[in-house]
Design a protein around this ligand. Structure first.
Ligand SMILES: Nc1nc2c(ncn2[C@@H]2O[C@H](COP(=O)(O)OP(=O)(O)OP(=O)(O)O)[C@@H](O)[C@H]2O)c(=O)[nH]1
Ligand SMILES: [Mg+2]
Length: 245
């Protein structure tokens, strides 16, 4: 990591934006360059946490790009260790490294318009919500992903009675530091998004949904394969059983 010591509470920035950069390669610059500019323009104290964990020996160029980006920008911190899990693991490592009062997580594959990070922060400030999430109202990532998502969210709502909420996996995700501290997130995979929503519900925290547009991934096809759908089903039933004990 480029950050040296963790700042004390008084010196903590107002806003941490955590970008999941896994295997983005050079295209990460198209996300983090405009994002950095938008963060400067807020006039708030901020940090940009770039999560570029990688599997050993897989030749991922992303850590190199984000490290170079951080050299000249003291507000940028890099988390680029060996990967110990999938998306949830990366998200948790970014959240653990972040020090801000508001924590906003966004994917680094440019599927969310970059401006949604600051937008969600502002909405959370305006509404006083403890937790924020994107709700994809316009999806350009294809019929297959839309169908999987509708199926998943319908089942999720029935199983966990999350009426009023939709698109559990929508990003960006936002947490106040106080909300984050009250949650014990453990998922290493896609279920981290669900864990945040369910923990917020259990703790009686206020969740604010920001309607967002979700763009097509111009670089690659969807990674949500049938195995991922199975993984969601297993996770949901595991969580239900845990809740029932
Ligand atoms: N696929 C994948 N993504 C990871 C992993 N670790 C971190 N991520 C991050 O998770 C973010 C979301 O993953 P995506 O595969 O784009 O998920 P998605 O956009 O919901 O789904 P698809 O675009 O349909 O694949 C990416 O920006 C990655 O940076 C991992 O091990 N696998
Ligand atoms: Mg994506």
């Amino acid at each position: 990591m480029t950050g040296t010591t963790q700042p004390t509470d008084e010196r903590a920035p107002e806003l941490s934006v955590i970008v999941l950069c896994y295997r983005a390669g050079e295209s990460i610059l198209r996300v983090i360059e405009p994002l950095f500019g938008q963060l400067v323009a807020t006039g708030e104290t901020f940090e940009l946490v770039l999560v570029a964990n990688h599997w050993p020996g897989d030749g991922d160029s992303t850590p190199g790009y984000v490290t170079t980006f951080a050299w000249t920008r003291p507000e940028v911190r890099v988390v680029a260790g060996e990967k110990g899990g999938a998306m949830g693991w990366d998200m948790r490592s970014g959240l653990a490294a972040a020090t801000g009062r508001y924590l906003i997580v966004i994917d680094g594959d440019a599927q969310n318009p970059v401006s949604d990070a600051v937008k969600l922060y502002r909405e959370m400030r305006r509404t006083g919500a403890d937790v924020g999430k994107g709700r994809r109202v316009l999806r350009e990532d294809g019929l297959y992903r839309r169908v999987v998502s509708i199926g998943y969210n319908t089942l999720f709502r029935l199983l966990f009675r999350t009426r009023g909420l939709w698109d559990v996996n929508g990003k960006p995700k936002g947490l106040t530091r106080a909300a984050y501290k009250r949650m014990t997130l453990t998922s290493d995979d896609w279920f981290i998004d669900a864990e945040i929503v369910l923990a917020a519900r259990e703790l009686g925290l206020e969740i604010h949904e920001l309607p967002v547009r979700f763009l097509r991934n111009a670089e690659r096809a969807s990674l949500v394969r049938p195995s991922a759908i199975w993984e969601f089903l297993v996770n949901m039933s595991r969580y239900r059983r845990r809740g029932a004990r």
